[in-house]
Write a new protein. Structure first.
Length: 210
């Protein structure tokens, strides 16, 4: 059965954050809060943990995972962006957006969309998530916590524990963090294309103001 760590949303306890990172580095799958609901996450490059998340969500091979980063300094390692796109990302991060970008050559194929060779990246505005990322010192592979046969995001840690049990290793309880998923913006062709309207305001992208 999975554990639940209740972590302060404004001042995350360093001791508990260190334990979360220990679970991740040991191959664990966690549920953690973001600025647009709870998400499933595992360590970058951990193929076995990635497959566990696929089974939990009942995801096909065509589903690509989001790399959740602490800041834009990690961007060049995982994505190809020009100065124009970088300036736009700087305006809208951190925040409830997922950006679809051309994957850098260093990104493993299993993290890319198999047909388009793209990767999703995001930087959440959530103190707990950012503390985990800072302590882990690398991005998380992540996907929204939406269970199979439902379109509703899971929001109650105790309910998640009942539903998933030993399928996950740790639930980070950061309190209520919203119901809407991220807005998804595709920059692969250079100009922004709104793929999904979610929590993040997409008006500037639709109006061509950028």
């Amino acid at each position: 059965m999975s554990q639940i760590f209740k972590i302060h949303s404004q001042n995350p306890q360093a001791r508990l954050i260190a334990q979360v990172v220990h679970v991740l580095k040991a191959g664990g799958v966690i549920v953690y809060p973001t600025d647009s609901g709870y998400a499933l996450g595992c360590q970058l490059g951990d193929k076995a943990a990635l497959e566990r998340i696929r089974r939990i969500r009942n995801l096909g091979k065509e589903h690509y995972f989001t790399l959740v980063c602490r800041d834009l300094s990690e961007l060049a390692t995982y994505a190809q962006v020009d100065n124009h796109i970088f300036r736009i990302l700087k305006i809208f991060t951190p925040g409830p957006y997922t950006f679809i970008l051309k994957a850098a050559r260093s990104v493993p194929r299993r993290l890319q969309n198999p047909r388009r060779k793209t990767v999703g990246l995001r930087i959440p505005r959530n103190n707990i998530a950012l503390a985990i990322l800072e302590a882990l010192d690398e991005p998380l592979m992540s996907t929204s916590l939406i269970l199979p046969d439902t379109e509703v995001m899971a929001i109650e840690p105790e309910a998640v524990k009942e539903l998933l049990g030993s399928k996950i290793d740790l639930i980070v309880d950061g309190g209520f963090c919203g119901l809407e998923p991220t807005s998804v913006i595709d920059f692969v062709e250079g100009e922004p294309k709104v793929i999904r309207k979610g929590k993040g305001d997409v008006t500037p992208f639709l109006r061509g103001e950028l």
